[in-house]
Design a protein around this ligand. Structure first.
Ligand SMILES: Nc1ncnc2c1ncn2[C@@H]1O[C@H](COP(=O)(O)OP(=O)(O)OP(=O)(O)O)[C@@H](O)[C@H]1O
Length: 632
């Protein structure tokens, strides 16, 4: 169950880390294009500054309405001075003022429309860029590293976390806008009264310091959300992957209970945090009100300002206060979502550091003429001297144009050999030679162009059989698909109601295991590989189908080199050479005919066990039963 492996919350972000991350977000936003960045910030600031303009116009309108009994029909602007500027000698009638309000609102709406389109585009470009980088990093990371990550972790990073990063980028812009707004209003207040402006700044700084515990709490909540969401993803992934087994053994209740536990935890954390955040916001509000009261008192008694100055200052204060509140709220929101930014970047950096150079550079190489040789190869999946070795001093050769078989008990290292020869992993000791030489990273990319690899659990897309077949050979014609289907003994396709256009379901769930394997095999053959790796690729087929596949593989001719890994004789008997692996070493090697003559040899024993643990003569029986000609 996923609960044992549940990601634990990390340490909350410190103020320094958060500041560093916000700078990272700003610099990444600027990387999208400086002009775009400043335009976005400008648009946000403008819209926040104009939001009250239409309300301001209501004041003269109310004035006219209030005076209308006395015959006033217009407001006279002439001769007034605002902030040292003399207004033109004009009077505005009620219709003009009302039209101005409507026009201003229309303008604002138009501006907001343009702004939101622009911002949405920018933020999507920003998050898609991060998503693309991470996706590419996953695609290009070394197999031995990327295969260590939990699938749900990568999925979570690429979907859920990226959505939180979108919030991070938006909130960062709003925070900058808020700070810019505060700076503008402070500049205005400095013109009126420097001491009172200093008071405002001092008060703001004090409030900011006092709110620290609430920001710490937000940071802690951010890490809790992070861990909880990871657990949710992991639990869902485990549940869906094991749904069939769970349902068949009444195990779904455990999954449901585990999922509910996680949701309850998330609810509890969120409620606790929101209570705390609301307390913080309330305190902040009260503090601001107290500050405003003190401000008025000091302005009148201490600074001795004129009423008109106090009114203007208060107006500024009224616009400053929500911005202070906004900045505090945005900081808390950032502290909650920044762990997603951190996590995605940490993951991307780890994957980029493990980049496989063979993944992106592909240099075509000549087909094998001689063969592949493993010379004294050792491979460990884990690091450190005590880590168990999957292969130890393993030596074998796969001659070009022939069929080589690997047999051996489960865990003996067969698939590790397949991963080595397909270039997914590289030997830690010993040499892996292709036509007598080791391949460079970009040549390994070229080598993989010639490979078709069919594992036991092939992956099929949730698409039609046709789309699945064309996934690796987009140019394949209908006739070529038919040939591949015949070779893979997959004629069952013709009996399906929609033939090649039949949908196979999620991961091919609408097909039987054997049918899935046959489609995967047909797909591999359609690629016309020069090197074909069959890793238990026909394990789910009946003996007659296996026999047909074996014949088709044999008929590929000496243009194709084949490595077959199997526990069943039908997929081994046609091999020119058979290697038996035991605990990562070759313990038996030779032509299959020769090996079969040794009744105590591994190959003969494997065939006997296939017959159900028979005696020496049993091996001969099974060969006949399975339609195998060797030794029969
Ligand atoms: N990704 C991995 N991480 C860690 N250990 C691994 C990994 N893959 C395989 N191993 C270990 O390496 C050893 C060899 O595994 P390998 O898959 O090569 O065996 P195999 O002969 O193909 O087994 P099977 O017949 O069951 O497929 C086993 O002990 C296995 O536990």
């Amino acid at each position: 169950m996923s609960t044992d492996l549940s990601p634990q919350p990390e340490e909350p972000l410190s103020a320094r880390e958060a500041f560093h991350d916000v700078l990272g977000v700003i610099s990444a936003l600027k990387d999208m294009g400086r002009v775009k960045f400043w335009l976005a910030l400008g648009a946000l600031t403008l819209s926040s500054l104009t939001e009250g303009a239409s309300i301001v116009l209501l004041l003269p309108i109310l004035h006219i309405i209030g005076q209308s009994d006395a015959g006033v029909r217009a407001i006279d602007l002439g001769g007034r001075e605002v902030l040292g500027l003399a207004l033109p000698d004009v009077s505005l009638g009620l219709p003009v003022l009302l039209s101005m309000v409507v026009g201003l609102v229309a303008l604002q709406a138009l501006f907001n429309r343009v702004k939101s389109g622009f911002l949405t585009g920018l933020l999507y470009d920003f998050t898609n860029r991060i998503r693309r980088e991470l996706f590419r990093a996953v695609a290009e990371a070394r197999w031995d590293r990327v295969s260590r990550f939990r699938g749900s972790e990568l999925e979570h990073a690429l979907t859920g976390e990226i959505a939180r990063i979108q919030t991070v980028s938006m909130v960062t812009l709003m925070l900058l806008q808020g700070l810019l707004g505060i700076a503008i209003y402070l500049a205005l207040s400095v013109v009126i009264s420097i001491p009172m402006s200093l008071f405002s700044v001092g008060f703001g700084v004090l409030a900011f310091v006092l709110m620290r515990p609430f920001r710490r709490r937000a940071a802690r909540f951010g890490t809790l959300i992070q861990a909880n969401r990871k657990r949710q993803y992991a639990t869902v992934a485990d549940f869906l992957a094991g749904l069939k087994s769970a349902r068949s053994m009444n195990g779904e209740g455990v999954h449901v209970a585990s999922f509910e536990g996680i949701l309850d935890q998330a609810r509890g954390d969120a409620r606790e945090y929101s209570r705390h955040a609301a307390t913080g916001a309330g305190l902040f509000q009260v503090a601001l009100a107290a500050g405003a009261a003190l401000f008025i008192y000091l302005s009148l008694i201490w600074a001795g300002l004129a009423i008109s100055q106090i009114v203007v200052l208060l107006l500024i204060l009224m616009r400053l206060a929500p911005r202070f509140m906004g900045v505090q709220g945005q900081m808390q929101q950032l502290l909650i979502d920044l762990p997603a930014w951190r996590d995605v970047h940490r993951l991307r950096d780890q994957l980029v550091a493990a980049r496989d150079d063979s993944a992106s550079r592909i240099v075509p190489i000549a087909p094998l003429s001689d063969g592949i040789v493993l010379e004294d190869v050792t491979y460990r999946y884990d690091e450190g001297p005590d880590a168990p070795a999957a292969l130890v001093g393993c030596s074998l050769s796969i001659p070009a144009g022939q069929v080589t078989a690997l047999i051996g008990a489960s865990g003996s290292g067969k698939s590790t050999v397949a991963d080595l020869v397909t270039g997914l992993i590289r030997p830690q000791a010993g040499r892996l030679l292709f036509d007598g030489r080791e391949l460079g990273p970009e040549e390994l990319g070229g080598w993989r162009e010639q490979i078709a690899y069919v594992p036991q659990d092939s992956f099929l897309l949730h698409e039609s059989i046709r789309v699945n077949l064309r996934a690796v050979a987009p140019e394949a014609t209908e006739a070529e698909m038919r040939v591949a289907i015949r070779q893979a003994a997959a004629e069952f396709v013709d009996d399906l109601p929609q033939g090649l256009d039949t949908k196979v379901g999620d991961r091919g769930v609408l097909l039987s295991g054997g049918q899935r394997q046959r489609i995967a095999l047909a797909r591999a053959l359609l690629r016309k590989p020069r090197f074909l790796v069959l890793d238990e690729a026909t394990s789910a087929l009946d003996w007659a189908s296996q026999d047909r596949v074996a014949k088709a593989v044999q008929a590929l001719g000496d243009e194709v080199t084949v490595l077959t890994i199997a526990h069943r004789p039908s997929m081994v008997r046609f091999a020119s050479t058979v290697y038996t692996l035991e605990a990562g070493r070759v313990v038996e090697a030779g032509r299959s005919e020769d090996l079969l003559r040794n009744d105590e040899g591994h190959l003969a024993r494997m065939i006997r066990h296939e017959a159900g643990g028979g005696t020496r003569s049993g091996s001969r029986t099974v060969l006949r039963v399975q339609g195998a000609r060797l030794g029969a």
